[in-house]
Design a protein around this ligand. Structure first.
Ligand SMILES: [Ca+2]
Length: 185
């Protein structure tokens, strides 16, 4: 009798140990690196061609701070070729420019004849809560649309006025609602 009881006790103890400890170990191993360096999304755009509904785009995910050359080393043409990359605008998952970021890059900045239209990758659809237009890009306005290819209702943010860095998107009913965007001079 004794050995059987002891084996049962050990088996029960092992089961409890695995149930109680495994989830904690898994959560730690996933959360730690992201707390140190968030995984951000970057999309590279070509200027929207006359009559087209969106820019050609290529997107990647990388730990924050990864050099652009390293990211573009895996890009297809024409994005892999060395052209000037200009940071046009940045979206954030939370208000006040918080949480994971989504950076839009263009081959040149914005001018009166050059703008960019991008569709958010699946994991960023209905997620943006704040945004900025990047100073020095030549871009002044950042539109967010309810549907793909700059369609549906929209709301726009400005470089110097009407900024979307606090709760503007929420106030205007565009919190977690954007499927596509346009950045323009
Ligand atoms: Ca959000």
């Amino acid at each position: 009798m004794l050995p059987t009881l002891r084996s049962r006790s050990i088996a029960v103890a092992l089961l409890l140990f695995s149930v109680v400890t495994l989830p904690a170990v898994q959560a730690d191993s996933i959360a730690s690196p992201e707390r140190a360096r968030p995984l951000d999304t970057l999309c590279f755009l070509l200027p929207v061609a006359p009559g087209a509904v969106q820019s050609e785009q290529w997107c990647a995910k990388a730990l924050r701070g990864t050099p652009l050359d390293e990211i573009l080393a895996n890009a297809p043409e024409p994005f892999a070729s060395s052209h000037t990359n200009v940071n046009l605008g940045v979206d954030y998952e939370n208000s006040n420019l918080g949480g994971a970021s989504f950076t839009w890059w263009g081959t040149t900045g914005c001018t009166s004849s050059i703008s960019y239209i991008g569709n958010y990758p699946a994991e960023w659809v209905d997620r943006v809560s704040s945004a900025i237009v990047v100073s020095g890009s030549g871009c002044n306005w950042f539109y967010h649309f309810n549907d793909n290819d700059e369609s549906g209702s929209y709301y726009y943010c400005g470089l110097t006025v009407h900024k979307c860095d606090q709760d503007q998107l929420y106030i205007q009913g565009f919190d977690n609602a954007a499927n596509s965007m346009r950045i323009t001079a």
